[in-house]
Design a protein around this ligand. Structure first.
Ligand SMILES: Nc1ncnc2c1ncn2[C@@H]1O[C@H](COP(=O)(O)OP(=O)(O)OP(=O)(O)O)[C@@H](O)[C@H]1O
Ligand SMILES: [Mg+2]
Length: 271
């Protein structure tokens, strides 16, 4: 299916964030337009400080939008009340750089996963059904639920913790998954594995996956569509091929020239 035939999942028009007021005002995100389709893998690429996390937070509804509109499934997003925010958050989930930040450290792992079922409105499944769902989620990321049940998140290795994060997403089944540098903490091998799990979630659940990264090589490897961000603006956007193989903006060309291997066949062992 071509991109124009796919349904819009999340769309932004003139989305802007200004921090501070008066002569201290700073525009971190400056009138950006975007359209993420259902089941699409999108990357937002830019250098440190370009506004990637700020735009992610607006998309997640964690900070207010100074100007502009965000549409969810072609309807103006309304998160003006607690109940509406909760409903929105059922459809959008994030994984962050630091997996520790994603867990309540005082919850054992079965409680962490049980919480996900509750959030999906599946809190009153029978104990056996819950066990089956959690086991399935863990095996999706190659973890053994039986070996984890009595542990706390901090008793896991970094890689296991990252995979548990994806098991949570598997149970939550959001429509949109936003991943802000999801692989920066892990070694090269688990990094490729985690990316593959995220791609699998897209393939099996038709999830829209939004990667936020400074790594244009990674973006090229995983994305259908790329947005290049510089000083709060999208300076270029398009298919991964168009952006990387036929870049127009000087900034994109510079980002690409920093990655010598980008035109060669992508070798997973270096991801
Ligand atoms: N709460 C805030 N108050 C004031 N300025 C902020 C705030 N949050 C972010 N900024 C500024 O907005 C700009 C963009 O920050 P942001 O965190 O979005 O960058 P980023 O692209 O995610 O960078 P990185 O790749 O380092 O994570 C930065 O100049 C930052 O200092
Ligand atoms: Mg950031």
């Amino acid at each position: 299916m071509s991109s124009s035939e796919k349904k819009s999942c999340l769309r932004g028009v003139g989305v802007t964030k200004v921090f501070g007021i008066g002569n201290k005002a700073f525009t971190a995100v400056d009138h950006v337009d975007f359209d993420f389709k259902e089941g699409e893998i999108v990357s937002i690429v830019g250098e440190s400080g370009s506004g990637k996390t700020t735009i992610s937070k607006m998309i997640l509804g964690l900070i207010s939008v100074t100007e502009g509109e965000i549409y969810y499934h072609d309807e103006l997003r309304d998160i003006s009340t607690g109940a509406k925010r909760k409903e929105y958050w059922r459809n959008i989930q994030a994984i962050f750089q630091d997996p520790f930040a994603s867990y309540n450290m005082f919850y054992k792992i079965d409680a962490v996963l049980d919480d996900c079922l509750k959030m999906r409105g599946e809190g009153n499944l029978s104990p056996q059904e819950k066990f089956d769902r959690m086991t399935e989620a863990c095996s999706f990321v190659n973890l053994k639920f039986a070996e984890l049940t009595n542990k706390y998140p901090f008793e896991l290795s970094g890689g296991q913790m990252q995979r548990l994060m994806i098991a949570r997403i598997f149970l939550l089944r959001p429509k949109i998954l936003l991943a802000d540098e999801p692989t920066s903490m892990v070694d090269a091998c688990s990094r490729a594995t985690i990316l593959d799990y995220l791609l699998k979630l897209r393939d099996e659940e038709n999830m829209t996956v939004v990667f936020v990264t400074h790594d244009i090589g990674l973006a090229y490897y995983v994305s259908d569509k790329i947005y290049i961000m510089e000083h709060g603006k999208f300076v270029e956007s398009g298919t991964a091929e168009d952006c990387i193989l036929r870049p127009q903006a000087e900034y994109t060309k510079r980002l690409i020239s920093d990655v010598p291997k980008i035109h060669e066949e992508w070798d997973l062992s270096t991801v």
